[in-house]
Write a protein that binds this ligand. Structure first.
Ligand SMILES: C[S@@+](CC[C@H](N)C(=O)[O-])C[C@H]1O[C@@H](n2cnc3c(N)ncnc32)[C@H](O)[C@@H]1O
Length: 202
């Protein structure tokens, strides 16, 4: 996929994946349990999406779960400010543990429902990018993401190949849409990163 990963970055992803497998025995973090599948569906998918991001300096990951794509984005772009949001306290405890183990700075894991942060001035209109994977359908994601965007912000939705069906006239009216296709290397599944910029509503 022509993505360069340093030894240090690979080691960080190894630590994250090890902790994911250990914690997953006690709390339900992910249905993906086999090491090769974790490597491909969690890490390679996340760093592939990260490779299509622009020059954003602040990224919020809605419904981050076990940290995807937010933690691999941070590992690949250490200078970017990253916020991970999830409504599950157990998942946030896990994310805080991984952040500590990786000694990451400028990253926060927040226990909250996304909609409860819309009027919070620490988050409202503060982000260059809002991203999610497997969070909700595209229309609802756009509504939940838009309040976090700053004036030049971009929404990124990581989706499977059928996601084009989720693109509504309202989305096309309100945003400029671009998309990037990629394939995961082993199972060859088609992935789509939908980019929505130039919010014409706010
Ligand atoms: C299917 S998981 C996806 C996790 C991760 N993004 C991934 O792709 O592996 C969806 C996550 O969204 C969280 N979630 C669902 N509704 C939410 C809401 N309204 N606010 C914040 N998090 C939410 C859930 O707790 C869960 O961890």
């Amino acid at each position: 996929m022509e993505i360069k990963v340093s030894d240090h970055q690979a080691e960080q992803m190894l630590v994250h994946s090890r902790e994911l497998m250990v914690w997953n025995k006690k709390i339900n973090l992910t249905a993906i349990k086999k090491p090769l599948q974790i490597a491909e569906k969690h890490f390679i998918d996340s760093i592939a999406a990260a490779s299509f991001l622009g020059n954003e300096q602040s990224v919020i990951d809605l419904g981050s779960g076990g940290g995807f794509p937010g933690i691999p984005i941070k590992i690949m772009n250490p200078s970017v400010n990253v916020v991970l949001i999830d409504s599950s306290r157990k998942k946030i405890n896990f994310l805080k543990h991984v952040i500590r183990m990786l000694d990451l700075d400028k990253i926060d894991a927040i226990h909250s429902r996304v909609e409860d942060l819309h009027e919070n001035n620490a988050y409202k209109n503060k982000f260059d990018a809002v991203i999610s994977r497997a969070f909700t359908d595209l229309s609802r994601f756009v509504d939940l993401a838009a309040p976090f965007l700053n004036r030049k912000g971009t929404i990124y939705a990581m989706k499977g190949k059928n996601a084009k069906q989720e693109i509504t006239p309202a989305i096309l009216n309100n945003f400029n849409l671009k998309s990037d296709h990629y394939k995961l290397p082993f199972e060859k599944s088609d992935r789509l990163l939908i980019k929505l910029s130039g919010n014409k509503v706010s």
